[in-house]
Design a protein around this ligand. Structure first.
Ligand SMILES: *[C@@H]1O[C@H](CO)[C@@H](O)[C@H](O)[C@H]1NC(C)=O
Ligand SMILES: [Fe+2]
Length: 431
């Protein structure tokens, strides 16, 4: 108990590797996919889809259900309708249901909407995010579908948040496609109520050489607003919400200077209006600054290609996953602390079946502030254009315990506006 009180007080100044007895991995949850009828909407989740719009995604076993969403601001009263389309895919012996994606709007901000999918119940509801600060993001990667995943999700549910950010590794279906369906069901209570913005990890690849390209299931089920952000691939995109510009990148698609992803990123970052979006966040799966012994060096190539660009644009915080543990750095650039650098957070501790990554490099690098191998989730509350409060909540014997916390000030309010930096101007705005 004393530790729980002392930890937050100590973290501001000292490096902590908390003295906490870590629990073992928990088993994958088993629950039957028991649906009332073939047209029953399953696995409902929502995502942001451009200004004032939300994409509603769900699956039906049959292919004749309409991709219709009826919605309104009072329960049971649907004054509005949206129509979308459905897709499906086959994977070895598996055939997916009909995967519906329907964009609805324009919607009011900070408003609860009641809706139903496919012209029949049950009713769901979601809250749209605000258009101004404050806004709160819940962050958890490498979720999977174990008892620990459930514990993480239960804790996220207790927090007042607007948008969920997921830096890759969702279902851990690992080629067994029904695992995507059970994951969809597991996350539905949360993902149907708040937008879930995801990017992909290695567990989304599921490629089979000469036979299957990667990301087939992920792209079909977790369609993100890439078209809305000028990208040509669901594997990288950006979105804006309440004064934050968020870039979602792909660690497993080309990122070198001649790649489509790099060119899209450069174009995306060079057109930002930092008066409108004073906060700039980025997410991808494989961390660049990580002092756990797991996955050392895997992010180096991407970092070499893209770090100058993200730094030039003045990215405030980067969230990554992959390493099943939590770590937060000082502001860093080019391998060392830098007052105009990026705060890197590794948060691959959602609770998947592979368990935790316990071993850390010793001594700890000078840039590492806090590192701990426990399951949990993070919350980023952007209070205004200059201040954000980050906290990390460990699943401590099934209770969420705030273990790390820090106030972060935005780069543009800290004398690090890229527009004032010659080097940054050359990287971003040179032809
Ligand atoms: C932003 O919020 C912080 C923390 O609450 C506060 O100290 C600061 O004065 C606020 N800044 C502005 C510009 O409102
Ligand atoms: Fe991973």
């Amino acid at each position: 108990m004393l530790l729980k009180i002392l930890l937050p007080l100590m973290t501001a100044t000292v490096l902590i590797t908390a003295d906490y007895v870590r629990p073992p991995p928990r088993k994958t949850l088993h629950f039957p996919l028991d649906h009332k009828s073939s047209s029953h909407p399953q696995q409902v989740h929502i995502s942001l889809a451009g200004n004032k719009h939300i994409r509603v995604s769900w699956i039906t076993s049959d292919s004749s259900s309409p991709s219709l969403v009826e919605y309104g601001t009072s329960p049971g009263k649907y004054n509005f309708k949206g129509h979308g389309d459905a897709t499906s895919y086959s994977y070895l012996l598996y055939s997916s249901g009909s995967i519906h994606h329907t964009v609805i709007g324009p919607l009011e901000h900070n408003t609860v909407y009641y809706y139903r999918c496919g012209g029949q119940g049950p009713e769901q509801s979601f809250k749209t995010p605000p258009t101004e600060f404050p806004i709160t993001f819940a962050v958890a990667g490498d979720l999977g579908q174990t008892g620990w995943t459930k514990s993480t999700l239960d804790h996220i549910k207790l927090c007042e948040y607007d948008v969920h950010l997921l830096p890759g590794d969702l279902s851990y279906a690992d080629y067994i496609q029904s695992g995507w369906d059970t994951f969809g069901e597991l996350v539905q209570p949360l993902a149907s109520a708040r937008p879930w913005m995801v990017t992909q990890g290695n567990h989304e690849k599921e490629n089979i050489p000469f036979f299957k390209d990667g990301f087939e299931s992920y792209n079909a089920r977790w369609k993100m607003p890439y078209e809305e952000s000028g990208s040509t691939s669901n594997l990288y995109y950006s979105f804006e919400v309440a004064g934050a510009h968020v870039v979602m990148l792909g660690s497993y698609t080309d990122y070198d200077e001649n790649s489509d992803q790099y060119n899209w990123l450069k174009a995306d970052l060079s057109t930002l209006d930092r008066k409108k979006t004073p906060w700039l966040l980025a997410l991808f799966h494989v961390p660049w600054y990580n002092s756990n012994t797991a996955h050392q060096g895997e992010g180096d190539k991407m970092m070499e290609a893209m770090e100058p660009l993200l730094h030039a644009a003045g990215v405030d915080i980067i969230f990554a996953g992959h390493v099943h543990a939590y770590e937060r750095t000082k502001r860093v650039y080019n391998g060392k602390s830098d007052p105009c650098g990026v705060v890197h957070v590794t948060i691959g501790d959602g609770g998947n079946k592979e368990g935790l990554a316990h071993k850390y490099k010793d001594p700890s690098p000078e840039w590492s502030v806090f590192r701990e191998a426990s399951f949990g989730h993070g919350e980023l509350k952007i209070v205004n254009s200059t201040h954000a409060f980050w906290s990390w909540h460990r699943n401590d014997d099934d209770e969420p315990v705030r273990s790390d916390e820090v106030w972060i000030t935005s780069l543009i309010s800290s004398g690090c506006d890229p527009k004032d930096n010659k080097e940054a101007r050359e990287v971003l705005w040179s032809p």
